[in-house]
Write a protein that binds this ligand. Sequence first.
Ligand code: ZN
Length: 250
Amino acid sequence: MFGQAWVMRTTVLGGCGAWPAAGQACSGYLVEHDGFRLLVDPGYATLLRLLEVAMAEQVDAVLVSHGHPDHCADLHPLLRARVLRDDPAPPLPIHTVPDAVTKVLALDRPGMLDDAYRLHEFAPGDRLSIGPFDIATWLLPHFVLNAGMRLAAGGRTLAYTGDTGPSPNVVDLARDVDLFLAEATFPDEVPADSARFLSSAGQAGENAAREPRAPPADPPVAGLGPVDRTRRGTESLRGECDRGSAWDNH
Ligand SMILES: [Zn+2]
């Protein structure tokens, strides 16, 4: 079925928290529709996982929720892989909030990556059009500026939080979507000094449970079997994302 215009395919590249583990990457999702490949949050070690399912030059655009390196560090080797080859790939459109990837883009000598990308900065709340995707964004609470996002294409929707603390915007973001990717840093309790800016897996599950739409009969989130929504969030956090697990959203 892949390749048909109405499919939105989401491939989980990684599910680790602040740093990668052996054979596992941090946040990263490849979202595809109608032949267009959108890489969302190229966190630590996601390039290795990406290259198992697509070539570097096949990525059509990148979308970054916020500037923490576990969500954007592998943008740098991705750009090197595209621009240092004998036949460089076209400039890669990068969409992100202001200043989020400035340090990552400055890792090489000045000018070396100038032809590797085109930077498009947006403010949370802006609406974006990237390839076939219509994207609404929300400001979500985090230590740095963070945009939650809802991607729509072919009549299907995907919501993604990036890192976030509790917020009514999380529920708005996820309302009526077909797939809700809610990231969480802690399985149970969030330490008090981070409670405004990070979530637990339990909170993520509770947010999903507030969304009234019935879950699909066989929830394929992150390769997990049928589980209730709260438990599903916890299990995702514990690193049970299968390598390259993907959901075709028909
Ligand atoms: Zn973060």
